[in-house]
Structure formats: C-alpha cells, structure tokens
Design a protein around this ligand. Structure first.
Ligand code: NIG
Ligand code: FE
Length: 431
C-alpha cells in the first residue's frame, strides 16, 4: 500500500465491525453472523471516503498523517458503519398520540383508520402545512436519527395524496437532503391510501397516480423509488401491480408495503415484479418467503411497528434467515404506527421479539439495509472506497448494543468523514 495522506484516522477501536465479506450480494443465512470484526481496529479517511481499514498497526503503517489529520482514539469503544434506515415516513405535520391511547384502550389500527383517523388524518394536516413548515418539523427528527447512529435514511412521501402535496413532500425531502447531514433517499408513495375525495372513484385516483403524479415526479427527478401500501382495504394486488408497473416503466425502482396487517399477496407480487425490497411481511407465508428468495427480493422488517401497534405477531425473521432470504431492518418512522427514530431500539426488538442474534441484527441494519436502498456500492460497510459514514459507540463490545436498551450509547457520528455529532452535540447548523 502506498503512503497516502489522510484527513482523519479512527484508531485503537476495541472492536471494529467492518461488515466486509468475501460474499457479494446481500448477506443471507449464516453470512448474517459475520460482522468482519477486527480487534484493535482502525479506519483512515481521505476526501470523505475510506482510504484504509484494518488493525491499528496496519493502518498506521499504510497512511501518513499530516499536521491537519484529525486522530480519534476509540480505545474501549466499538466502531461500525452508520446505520442505513431503509424505510421511513419522516415528512408529516402534527402527531397522532391520541390514536396510541385509543389502541391501548382496545381500538385497532384499522378501526381508527376507518373512523377518520389514521393516514387520512395526517393527510389533512399535511395539506394545510407549507413546505417550510414540513421541513422545520422534520429537521429535529433527522437530528435524532443521526444522534442514534443513522447516517442514511430512505424517506417517503405519502401524506399528500394529490399532485401538489405529494410534490411538496418530495421537494421537502430533497431540500432537507441538501441542507442536513443525514443523507436521504426519496421515495414516492402517492399510493399510501385513497384520499377521501376519491373514495367513490378509486380507479380515477389510480389513474392520477400513474398518469400524472409518476410522470411529473420522474420528470423533475424528485424520487428514486416508488412504494405502495399493498394491503387488504388499501390497494389490492392488481391495483398495486398496475401502479408499480407504471412506476417501473417510468424509471423508478420499486418497493412495497406487503402483508403488514393481513396476508394480502404482497410477497408474491414483490417476487413477480422483482422489486428491490418488500417491507413489513408479518403475515407472509413460507411460499411467499421462498418466492421472494428466488426473485432476489430483500425483506425489510419493521418490528417497531408491531410493538407500537401493541400487537403480538412479529414478522418471521428466523424462518426467513434460515430459508436464505436476506433480511434488513428499519424503523418505519411515522406518526401513526411507529413513532421512533431509533435503530438501536429496532435492533433490541429484532433480537427479543424476532429471535435475531445481535450480529444478524447489526448486519440487517447496515450492509443489508444498504442493499435495500440500492446503495451497496457506497454504504453499509467499512471498505476502501466507500463513504466514510462511521459511528463510535461507547460500549466495550457490540453485544451490548441490543442488551443495553432505551438509552443512547452513540458517542460520535461521522458522515462522509466529517464529525457531525459528538457527545450530545450536533456539529452543524441546527440540531
Ligand atoms: O408503514 N403501512 C403504511 N404506512 C405506515 C403507517 C402510516 C400511518 O399510519 O400514518 C406503516 O405502518
Ligand atoms: Fe411504512
């Protein structure tokens, strides 16, 4: 290795989790246990990218620090890639904490939605908000994500449900991405629900999504993915196929909310369309799991949603991993079914409620999550050439992460080699 000038070195990490592997592609089966762990590890960063990684001795041999090189000592700490949160709905106005209480008192998510709450109540408040207001409400959410170790998040529209307000939401996401260190990957979710004004005429709403919203979103470059809520009582498989096919033909990559509240056929549609990810999957069948595996679909699981809805049935992560289906984890951050920014919390739930091991859960929140947003070339592991998105954790080994729950053990976050959060302080405007 030639001696290379570097901007930053993190050294002496008690455990450096590189997530590097010989295996290409999303990690599946026993591969999900392999964290690419280096004891006494170091990472060197140049121009925002990883220039060297290995043991502290090897890295210090390979690179030449200059007077301006920042050196971070991670003795006694764990260093790993920033989390990629591959499923969030961060653009909404106002909260829905009253629905949380109604559920405690026995109402179901579907009952609340049918009586005027749910997604449609968030649509009502988003339509009345300006873009500036939406960005102001979203910014502290992005700050919290960063402080909890997330350096990239997929972000959906879906509370506008008309051309103007879906565009407004996607513009808010794109503008936040420009101005906030958390990297956002925008997803168009115009098919999150049928808005009230089209309840008697759902075909017309689907036509609007396919023929007006999708072309405009694509023409203006506002989204990379298209998602849909394929669920009993929302969009059925045929409608979902129609919308996703229109999106694919227009050049968007595909995701779908599948089998969240009932077995709705979403997993089979995901396999048929070879989407990048199918998300939720609480009610997926073994045949659905097998079909997704054969089609190369990634399962994005959202145990925070099951938890926050007060339900007891979680997605069958264990069966998926044992069947060789790659699993990723996400928060599902949204005001209705899962109000959390915390990937550490999701990891704890994945371990306790879905029998994932700590190593599997970390793989699912980093490298597999990067695959779920089609960023495996840039993110999700600490490898030479990838973006230097790193988190230093105040813990002696990674198994402490799910075990010591409900607190934030993140000490430092680096986005593209820049320290953006350190010991409770945000090192950028805002925060
Ligand atoms: O992923 N399932 C659809 N969307 C969200 C819920 C959105 C809401 O209730 O506002 C979810 O659970
Ligand atoms: Fe969702």
């Amino acid at each position: 290795m030639s001696h290379r000038e570097v901007d930053l070195i993190v050294k002496n990490a008690t455990q450096l989790l590189t997530l590097q592997s010989e295996n290409r592609g999303p990690r599946r089966g026993v591969q999900m246990e392999d964290l690419g762990l280096v004891s006494d590890g170091a990472v060197a960063v140049a121009d925002g990218h990883i220039a060297a990684v290995g043991t502290t001795r090897d890295v210090l041999d390979a690179v030449s620090p200059s007077e301006v090189t920042k050196v971070i000592d991670a003795t006694g700490k764990v260093v790993m890639p920033g989390f990629v949160d591959p499923h969030t709905h961060p653009i909404f106005a106002g909260l829905r904490e009253q629905e949380f209480e109604l559920r405690i008192k026995g109402a179901s998510y579907q009952q609340i939605a049918a009586s005027g709450g749910g997604i449609r109540s968030s649509v009502h408040s988003l339509r009345q908000s300006t873009k500036r207001d939406l960005k102001e409400q979203a910014r502290p959410r992005l700050d919290r994500m960063l402080a909890l170790g997330t350096t990239t998040a997929e972000a959906k529209s879906g509370y506008g449900l008309n051309l103007k307000d879906e565009i407004k939401s996607l513009e808010a996401i794109n503008e936040l991405n420009e101005t906030h260190p958390l990297e956002l990957i925008p997803t168009f979710l115009g098919a999150h629900e049928v808005p009230d004004e089209f309840k008697q005429n759902r075909e017309e709403y689907i036509r609007l999504v396919c023929e007006e919203m999708i072309p405009q979103v694509v023409r203006r470059g506002l989204a990379e993915f298209c998602d849909i809520f394929c669920e009993r009582g929302v969009f059925d498989v045929e409608e979902s196929r129609e919308i996703l096919t229109a999106a694919q033909n227009a050049g968007l990559k595909l995701k779908l909310h599948a089998d969240e509240l009932a077995a709705s056929g979403g997993a089979f549609l995901a396999a048929e369309l070879e989407v990048i990810s199918a998300d939720h999957l609480v009610f997926v069948s073994q045949e659905g799991i097998d079909a997704m595996r054969e089609a190369g679909v990634i399962a994005v699981l959202l145990p925070g949603t099951t938890f926050s809805l007060g339900l007891s049935r979680y997605a069958p992560a264990r069966r998926m991993i044992d069947a060789g289906l790659p699993v990723a984890l996400a928060t599902d951050l949204n005001p209705g079914s899962c109000m959390t920014e915390s990937m550490p919390m999701i990891i704890t739930l994945a371990c306790l409620q879905m029998e994932m091991t700590p190593a599997e859960a970390i793989t699912a929140a980093t490298v597999n999550a990067a695959y779920a947003v089609d960023r495996d070339q840039q993110l999700g592991s600490i490898e030479v050439g990838k973006q230097a998105d790193l988190v230093v954790w105040d813990m002696p080994n990674y198994k402490v992460l799910p075990y010591h729950f409900g607190v934030n053990l993140v000490e430092m976050v680096m986005k593209s080699g820049r320290v953006v959060y350190r010991q409770g302080q945000f090192l950028y405007g805002g925060g």
